[in-house]
Design a protein around this ligand. Structure first.
Ligand code: FMN
Length: 150
């Protein structure tokens, strides 16, 4: 079974969490076993990263950048990147913002992790039904691409 990680930061209103859960739903529909990790509740243990075949990454916009915990994940990954199992893999991304959304530019750092599936799903405030549908589709597309490339 394809193992998928949904790694996100959510804190203020739970907006990014709702998006993460919708992405996880799409991944499960696509046949993946999903692990959700809210980095606001604890640093992601980077030694677990090799277990996963794909990763979905979500962050709120904090001062026109990704949340610090997501940057910490990238730092941890970079330090481990030459060890077995840390090689590039398909990823997808989603962003929640409060009216600015310029953190999108910082998401270009995620391209280090592999090839991006779909476009970044960008949501303003509480995610609408339409946005949640886009998140579900993003998860399904990530599952499909990952299954085809394994
Ligand atoms: C410390 C902090 C900084 C923020 N900076 C921005 C910002 O620069 N631009 C923006 O559009 N929203 C900004 N926001 C709003 C959040 O991105 C927005 O409320 C988001 O939906 C919160 O996601 P969450 O409920 O999952 O924590 C900021 C919020 C916080 C708490």
């Amino acid at each position: 079974m394809v193992q998928a990680l949904v790694l996100y930061h959510s804190q203020e209103h739970g907006n990014t969490k709702r998006m993460a859960e919708a992405v996880a739903e799409g991944l499960r529909k696509g046949g993946c076993e999903v692990t959700l990790h809210n980095a606001n509740q604890g640093r992601f243990p980077i030694e677990n990263y090799p277990k996963y075949d794909c990763v979905a990454l979500g962050s709120p916009d904090y001062y026109s950048y990704m949340a610090g915990t997501m940057k910490t994940f990238l730092d941890d990954w970079y330090i481990s990147r030459n060890k077995p199992g840390y090689h590039v893999r398909p990823y997808a991304a989603f962003l929640s913002h409060g009216g600015g959304g310029r953190a999108k530019e910082s998401f270009s750092l995620f391209t280090r992790l592999g090839s991006q599936v779909g476009k970044i799903v960008i949501s303003y405030g509480s995610p609408s039904e339409e946005i949640l549908k886009e998140c579900i589709k993003l998860g399904s597309d990530l599952a499909k691409t990952t299954s085809n490339t394994r």
